[in-house]
Design a protein around this ligand. Structure first.
Ligand SMILES: Nc1nc2c(ncn2[C@@H]2O[C@H](COP(=O)(O)OP(=O)(O)O)[C@@H](O)[C@H]2O)c(=O)[nH]1
Ligand SMILES: Nc1nc2c(ncn2[C@@H]2O[C@H](COP(=O)(O)OP(=O)(O)O)[C@@H](O)[C@H]2O)c(=O)[nH]1
Lengths: 291, 291
């Protein structure tokens, strides 16, 4: 199994932490050496003046790729994270989407070339299977940069929007925010990934698929820390510890983290592949033939 | 007693909520009619596209003033909030500080003119007694806009920096963030308000003053909501309710909110007046005479 996951969002929004929480890994999406820095706050991308090292007047988006083979429940997964540092961090962020769309296209082109070879080896599928788009938890509306990016990307790869650091919002604020986001998506015909439902599925499967789709965007929480499990003090679990309580990353009542893990890894990995191959890649290929 | 309080920070950073929590009021710093909107999320300053109504390429900072007489523990306080919508919200935020410094200066000029009149009435003191500067809880470093503003303002009025929505950070992250902020302030000689210590003060008073100063910037939390008091279910208290616990605004273990209230209202209101009059205003006046 392979999963090529594109992650897009501002510096410090929690991408590294979420990826590490999802896959129980320690990617370091700051300097690509795969080790979580001792102090998660010790970020290499900023200098002492609070200036992002890449931050300038104009957008400067990098594409950084990390691949690792991980084992989940006895299943081996070749996981590639495509990170996009610099997105949304500049003073002028116009066209921040361009380098990212270019990257998706170049991976489609790679596959296209491979398909056209005589002794083709299609095991090396480097196409992007899903894009995790990180939304800031302002609870207001999506910003122009969010809407611009999502409309440029949703016909190119499976879009899975998440509300980052959602622990800052109460359940009520999350509901209102999700309503607004989905309203804005609808108005612009922005399609998020929809777990397909098959005619012979049983009721339970349909219910799961429906719930996964209707809960978008996922209000997620991630953590690099392990804290005492409140319900099992011998145990430690991923969480964030506060004077008023412990946020448990894998607790379904605390956030939509488990829904995201379900969608991305447990239940719909194959569907993500299929839609990429049968719908999005085909769309790209036919557009290319026309032009 | 009067308190003229300048509030500076990005839209949605929590200024309205904090002011209402501090003074048990319901200012609406969005449209100046003093009523909390039914849905605190129903902000008038953004349209459906997530565009701040004032947001454009260039900075567009407004100065909005609200005055109210409130009663705290039998003491009447004439409270004036000077809000600065638009600060930090544009795509290009250079010189966002200018309209704000102009406002402080014009209030000093007002007082100067009044002093020079024959039948002067100095009861109308409209000078700014303190500036609450709201820092985003990124846990990284202060941004260029933060440093620029604080260095332009600290010699003009008493600077009290706060870390907004600090509930997003663990205690450990708050400590690290405060260290970095104070380091950056030190490097630039930015002075924050320091509760004065007098020769005849008793140990307890000195300890309080020291603690108040050393805890800057205050990591605060505010709330418009009232929730069941966990330690007294008959009671309601200001708080934010989550599946994992309740953040109590007035709980000293949950944030530095009570320290801020102490500094601003309970203990050092007179000192804020005195420093404004004896140090900052004098500084302004002598600069003006020189020029
Ligand atoms: N409150 C809260 N903080 C988070 C969460 N995820 C990450 N953080 C913190 O946010 C900071 C930046 O996270 P990081 O993953 O490095 O962001 P990245 O730059 O997008 O990769 C770190 O201090 C994390 O501990 C979350 O879900 N909730
Ligand atoms: N998590 C958290 N949210 C807050 C806090 N203070 C305010 N908010 C929320 O942030 C949003 C904007 O707050 P508001 O006071 O209107 O911001 P303003 O635009 O700066 O006046 C509202 O939804 C508040 O409920 C806080 O201390 N912690």
């Amino acid at each position: 199994f392979t999963l090529n996951l594109l992650c897009v969002g501002k510096n410090g929004i929690g991408k590294t932490t979420l990826i590490n929480s999802l896959f129980n890994e320690n990617f370091d999406m700051k300097d690509n050496n795969g080790i979580i820095p001792e102090k998660p706050l010790d970020l290499a991308t900023e200098d002492e003046n609070g200036n992002d090292i890449d931050e300038g007047l104009h957008s400067n988006v990098k594409i950084e790729t990390m691949t690792r083979t991980i084992e989940e429940n006895g299943v081996r997964l070749r996981l590639t994270i495509v990170d996009t540092p610099g997105f949304g961090d500049a003073i002028d962020n116009s066209n921040a989407w361009e380098p990212i769309v270019k990257e998706i296209n170049s991976r489609y082109d790679q596959y296209l070339d491979a398909e056209n070879k005589i002794n083709r080896n299609l095991n090396d599928d480097n196409r992007i299977h899903a894009c995790l788009y990180f939304i800031e938890p302002t609870a207001h509306w999506l910003k122009p940069i969010d809407l611009e990016f999502c409309s440029m990307i949703h016909e190119k790869c499976n879009l899975i929007p998440v509300i980052a650091k959602s622990d800052i919002l109460t359940d009520e604020e999350i509901l209102i925010f999700k309503e607004r986001i989905n309203k804005q998506f609808l108005e612009r015909n922005i399609q998020t990934f929809k777990p397909p439902v098959y005619r012979l599925d049983d009721k339970e499967t349909i219910d799961v698929a429906t719930k996964l789709y209707e809960s978008l965007p996922y209000a997620v929480v991630g953590s690099n820390d392990f804290v005492k499990d409140p319900s099992n003090p011998e145990h430690t679990i991923r969480g964030r510890e506060y004077p008023w309580g412990i946020i448990e990353v894998e607790n379904e009542n605390h956030s939509d983290f488990m829904l995201l893990r379900d969608l991305l890894i447990e239940q719909y990995l194959e569907e993500l592949h299929e839609r990429t191959n049968n719908v999005l890649y085909e769309h790209y290929r036919s557009e290319k033939l026309v032009n």
